[in-house]
Design a protein around this ligand. Structure first.
Ligand SMILES: [Zn+2]
Length: 398
């Protein structure tokens, strides 16, 4: 639902009306890191878990409280992803929590221990015995209720985690490592796999940060690589809305975008005006570009920027992609001057802004370093559009 809401917010921005702060202030320090997989069911599950933790934290928030969420990401084989989210919540005392997700991309299913290990009953018995050995003060009642819900698999061990909720004396996550060679697994472990799947890089973004999303349309072009180098130099990230007919022979540039922490969005195949296209012509414009990006990188975009900013409700109903506009327009293609671009951008950026630039124009390259330096100096962090949307949805969910 918030995708629709976001478009509404952007429309308000374009009309120049006021909006409430996107990310409300919390007293304590919050740092949330999570992976973006572009698998809807998985990303939704991660978001909703993080939102719940955050809500709980907000309710007990005080001057010295902190929330820290970090994650691990692992491709178990070509189909199965394993993600764990660890939370450290300091509100007076410190509580640790863990949540894991194991997901089969091929079958679109969340997996449980029953899908991973044969004879889970035997494992369950062993786990209780080993927990008693490892944690001598573990509560018997707690032990009778433990489930094998949360786990991680690496090349050597199946690690099973238990949240501390039932153990008063212990606020740490407790865990057991079970050597894989002692188990009968129901899945293949692909230890030698080369990681073709590129997940978006872990960044240190906190919900209280001032954030801005730089976006570049109409590329890739001969300037794109240099823009990427500037972004990298300043540890800044952007979203590139690429045109399919330019992207299809520039796999290296696309992979560089992703591996350096940027995001790729869809900006149609031919850059036609969209409003007069039939449903099938419009879908063709989107799907061809989706496929090119996916083939070249393994990444499936979730964002669409309509050409010339033109769209209708009807067009939106033809695709699941989120339409992304902008609230700050550099007009780099028109003004052809670094100074004018800076004048068009810098005074108008506020936290949550989406800035429109074009990486097929030399002046975008000429001005990007100054834009980043100036905004960094004002305390801004640079996020991708998907990260910005997640931060906004967390702000809305309070
Ligand atoms: Zn364009």
């Amino acid at each position: 639902m918030w995708k629709k809401y976001l478009l509404f917010v952007l429309i308000i921005l374009i009309c120049g009306c006021q909006q409430k702060p996107l990310i409300k202030n919390v007293k304590g320090k919050v740092s949330v890191n999570y992976p973006v997989t572009n698998i809807n069911a998985l990303d939704d599950a991660i978001s909703s878990y993080i939102n719940n933790i955050y809500k709980e934290f907000k309710n007990n928030d005080s001057e010295n409280s902190t929330l820290d969420i970090s994650y691990t990401y692992k491709d178990i084989n070509d189909d199965i992803i394993n993600i764990s989210l660890s939370s450290e919540i300091k509100v007076g005392k410190t509580i640790h929590k863990i949540k894991t997700f194991t997901y089969n991309k091929k079958t679109d299913m969340f997996l449980t221990m029953e899908d991973i290990v044969r004879d889970v009953d035997v494992l369950d018995y062993d786990v209780k015995r080993l927990l008693l050995q490892k944690y001598r003060d573990v509560d018997i009642e707690y032990l009778s209720n433990v489930s094998l819900e949360y786990f991680k698999i690496d090349d050597e061990n199946l690690t099973i985690y238990f949240n501390p909720t039932k153990i008063e004396s212990n606020s740490d996550v407790i865990y057991l490592d079970i050597p894989l060679n002692s188990l009968q697994l129901l899945i293949d472990l692909d230890k030698e796999r080369d990681d073709t799947y590129i997940s978006i890089k872990k960044k240190d973004i906190s919900i209280n940060d001032k954030v801005v999303a730089l976006t570049f349309d109409d590329g890739p072009s001969k300037y794109t690589n240099k823009i990427l180098d500037v972004l990298k130099k300043y540890k800044a990230y952007a979203t590139f809305f690429v045109v399919g007919n330019k992207a299809y022979f520039q796999g290296d540039v696309l992979r560089k975008m992703l591996s350096e922490g940027n995001e790729i969005g869809n900006h149609s195949y031919d850059h036609k005006r969209l409003n007069n296209l039939s449903e099938s012509e419009f879908k063709d414009e989107i799907n061809k570009t989706q496929e090119i990006i996916k083939d070249l990188t393994g990444f499936t975009p979730t964002l669409f920027r309509p050409t010339y900013g033109g769209y209708t409700k009807k067009l939106m109903s033809y695709t699941d992609l989120t339409f992304v506009l902008w609230d700050v327009d550099s007009r780099d293609w028109a003004v052809k001057s670094k100074e004018k671009i800076l004048e068009n951008v810098l005074p108008y950026v506020k936290s949550g802004s989406i800035v429109l630039m074009h990486d097929n124009h030399k002046y975008a390259l000429d001005s990007i370093e100054d834009i980043i330096k100036e905004l960094k100096g004002k305390g801004y962090k640079f996020v991708t559009v998907s990260e910005l949307l997640k931060l906004k949805s967390m702000g809305e969910n309070e």
